[in-house]
Ligand binder design. Structure first.
Ligand code: NAG
Ligand code: NAG
Ligand code: NAG
Ligand code: NAG
Length: 301
């Protein structure tokens, strides 16, 4: 029902707003703003996504998208325009959203990622209204580790923008107690966000990738994703090689080698162990609820 209402809303909003400048795409055949004068490869078209990587922020969404892009039947785009979250984007209509997708061949499926969707209150209903049978991918890692990683990203962003920064303990603790209002903690309450998605999508339609496993041994996790997306198995062990210096896997496909962007391996701060323990015990209860919701457990330390 909720899904239907949003459908009607979106239908009304089908305006033909000017398409966005360009999509940031990882797929070899996609165009970007530098070559807008080129025409799209013959036989390709822009189509709405068949699958969306909905999050979680700092869970390994970029790695997952890049690794999936190895598959010849996947056309991947890191859209990240928050189409379904932000009313000014949503009001531009589905036509505009489709324009953000990569050009793809008819035998390909399109996958986009917007990591903020998992914790968004609007996205589940609106995505359901667009395509109630869409396949959702969610990549998660230890929620406490994710908090530290989230902090680290914000920390470096603030440094780059010459904004003041704080020690992580100052954000995690307020008046001697865990500051549960801290956004990074809120984003790690997987059970709360998952409940919102399960109101609109059956569990079978949301495949959860174990982000810790993906980083340590990518192939088995990717094979599960291939099966979930009904793709023939095409990703193989030789598509990955371990980079000692970086300490994680790089990708080899179509004669190209690529490693994840430098910022993805930023060193984490050493967190006061008492504070970290407080954080872990707070999250413990939430991940137990989460395991019940998804009928699966994760080996989070
Ligand atoms: C909705 O998603 C499913 C699953 O990926 C896909 O098969 C179908 O073509 C999509 N429908 C539209 C209208 O894009
Ligand atoms: C491994 O990572 C280092 C450090 O980022 C980089 O300079 C080097 O080119 C990488 N080597 C390969 C083979 O990818
Ligand atoms: C860690 O924080 C607690 C208070 O939250 C403090 O009592 C303790 O001294 C701190 N430990 C270190 C090693 O800084
Ligand atoms: C739940 O997550 C917390 C925080 O990461 C962790 O300390 C705890 O061991 C986890 N519980 C289980 C059962 O995995």
């Amino acid at each position: 029902m909720a899904c239907f209402l949003a459908s009607a809303f979106l239908f009304i909003l089908q305006t033909f707003a000017a398409p966005p400048q360009a999509s940031i795409s990882l797929n070899g055949i996609n165009l970007n703003d530098e070559d807008v004068t080129l025409s799209p490869p013959p036989g390709t078209s822009k189509r709405p996504p068949h699958s969306i990587i909905i999050g979680v922020r700092k869970g390994g969404t970029r790695a997952l998208l890049e690794m999936l892009d190895i598959h010849p039947e996947v056309a991947a785009a890191a859209t990240e325009v928050h189409f379904f979250d932000w009313d000014e984007n949503y009001a531009k209509g589905l036509e505009w959203y489709r324009e953000l997708m990569p050009y793809s061949y008819p035998h390909q499926i399109t996958v986009e990622k917007t990591p903020g969707y998992f914790t968004s209150t609007l996205a589940p209903e609106r995505i359901c209204a667009m395509n109630s049978s869409i396949k959702l991918l969610l990549i998660l890692r230890d929620p406490a580790e994710r908090v530290v990683s989230d902090y680290t990203q914000v920390y470096f962003n603030r440094l780059e923008n010459h904004k003041p920064v704080q020690a992580i303990e100052n954000l995690l603790v307020r008046n001697g107690a865990l500051n549960t209002g801290y956004k990074a903690i809120q984003r790690s309450l997987y059970d709360i966000h998952m409940r919102n998605w399960l109101r609109h999508f059956p569990l079978e339609q949301i495949h959860i990738v174990d982000g810790d496993l993906l980083i340590h041994d990518p192939l088995p996790e990717l094979q599960k994703v291939e099966r979930f997306l009904n793709l023939p198995p095409r990703i193989v062990a030789s598509n990955f090689y371990f980079n000692q210096t970086k300490g994680f896997y790089c990708i080899r496909s179509d004669g190209r080698e690529r490693c994840l962007h430098e910022s993805k391996g930023r060193p984490h701060p050493v967190v006061n162990s008492t504070v970290l323990q407080q954080l872990r015990s707070y999250l413990q209860e939430h991940n137990r609820t989460f395991f019940r919701l998804v009928k699966r457990t994760f080996n989070w330390q």
